[in-house]
Design a protein around this ligand. Structure first.
Ligand code: AMP
Ligand code: GLY
Length: 421
């Protein structure tokens, strides 16, 4: 099979790494890719948010199967254009991608199927939103309705911050994404993510993970795209997973099918767990980044068969072959991230890394230039390891990260702390 993966982050490097291990993969192209991906696959320049351009590329390169990494092409209907052209694609339609692209849409679906989630109000007008905040009081969570690259959520611990967030959002701070606002009850508990494959009808668990969103150790400081992750997440026990499936995920998927927008792809459910009860924080219509890196580390080559089965509507025939293992990924980011940071600093020591089935450095924001590897993004490397225990995986990951010579970077040293405490 000739395969095309869309995207350029650590998530796509991990997907490419898993796909390349599968003997069914004859040729792999990643668009646009990055310096790490270029070491294992062909990278191609392509406007991945433009359905027509992607269809032409797929036809010209005799691609048999397309895997969409990030949310933007999904929300732009790229998978619809591919399906319209009779091509096989892993990733939801534009209509189903609304589960991530509109927070109000997801809240309405949850209300329709009585899925446990935070109470909320949906507003298109600043004054009504402010009245709701005054009525509810703090803490409270203010969210831009649309896609805002993870930045459209303000957790307000006092009323003034919440009111200010309303002014910012309706004032255009988040562009179109903030033209509508969702205001939610603040949920307490421990957060974890559950990943499920869906083929329109059948649902198959692809495992759990826990992200570390804050930039600083002990979960302090500003929110980021994620500073590290591990899988499985023990807080998401089998009993809680079964509850989340029965009360949240399955009813949502049935409602999507009933509304004429059946879901196909990976569904990422962010859950808040308290007293043995999961509640939905959000859905994402793609793999998490860096959660994907730990899932791929654990699944390896079978990940491609599973995604292919989902795309072909054959998930009822598929089964995940789980090992009793643990994986962890430590994000190395450019100093200053998530604020402003320097670009183009050199990373050394990557050639000496052991990259076997237990250790892998996935690239997130790098480029190769004159035989050097340069940092080009905020989150730059994902040092990933697998072990029989989380502690073993973690020791391996930090040993590998410490062997990377990058004065321009930093990492959190406590990834996995909740599970190890
Ligand atoms: P979202 O983009 O909706 O996932 O929000 C980003 C992050 O904000 C989540 O991962 C949570 O850590 C936090 N968050 C979002 N909504 C809530 C809520 N209702 N209660 C508490 N924390 C929340
Ligand atoms: N790591 C969080 C996300 O991918 O949304």
């Amino acid at each position: 099979m000739n395969i095309l993966i869309l995207g350029s982050g650590g998530r796509e490097h991990a997907l490419a790494w898993a796909v390349m291990q599968n003997p069914k993969c004859d040729k792999l192209i990643v668009a646009p890719g990055n310096a790490g991906i270029a070491q294992i696959a062909t990278c191609a320049d392509l406007d991945i948010n433009h359905g027509g351009a992607v269809v032409t590329f797929v036809e010209e390169n005799a691609i048999d199967f397309v895997i969409v990494g990030p949310e933007a092409p999904l929300a732009a209907g790229v998978s619809d254009r591919l399906r319209d052209a009779g091509l096989l694609v892993f990733g939801p339609s534009e209509a189903a991608a609304k589960l991530e692209a509109s927070k109000a849409f997801t809240k309405e679906i949850c209300a329709a199927v009585k899925a446990p989630t935070a109470g909320y109000g949906h507003f298109t007008d600043a004054e009504a939103a402010k009245n709701y905040i005054r009525q509810q009081g703090a803490p409270i969570v203010v969210k831009a309705d649309g896609l805002a690259a993870g930045k459209g959520v303000i957790m307000a611990f006092d009323e003034a911050t919440a009111l200010e967030a309303i002014d910012d959002m309706f004032g255009g701070a988040f562009g179109e994404a903030g033209a509508e606002v969702v205001i939610e009850e603040f949920m307490e508990g421990e957060e974890a993510s559950l990943f499920v494959l869906v083929d329109g009808t059948n649902i198959l668990s692809m495992g759990s993970a826990q992200d570390h969103k804050r930039v600083g150790e002990g979960d302090t400081g500003l929110n980021t795209g994620g500073m590290g992750a591990y899988s499985p997440a023990p807080v998401l026990s089998a009993a809680i997973e079964a509850k989340a499936m029965a009360e949240i995920i399955k009813p949502t998927m049935e409602e999507m099918a009933r509304c004429g927008a059946p879901y196909q792809g990976i569904l990422y459910a962010g859950l808040m767990i308290k007293d043995g009860q999961p509640r939905l924080v959000e859905y994402n219509v793609r793999f998490g980044d860096p959660e994907c890196q730990v899932l791929m580390m654990r699944l390896g080559a079978q990940a491609m068969d599973l995604m292919h089965a989902a795309a072909e509507g054959r998930l009822h025939q598929a089964q995940v072959n789980w090992a009793d293992d643990h994986a962890i990924t430590v994000v190395m980011a450019a100093k200053g991230y998530p604020g402003s940071y320097e670009k183009g600093t050199e990373i050394k020591g990557l050639d000496a890394q052991i990259e076997d089935g237990h250790n892998m450095v996935f690239h997130a924001g790098t480029k190769a230039q004159d035989g050097k590897v340069l940092a080009t993004g905020g989150r730059v490397l994902n040092v990933t390891a697998r072990g029989d225990t989380l502690q073993e995986a973690r020791d391996r990951a930090y040993a590998a990260a410490d062997a990377i010579d990058w004065p321009g970077g930093f990492m959190r040293r406590d990834i996995g702390w909740r599970a190890l405490k």
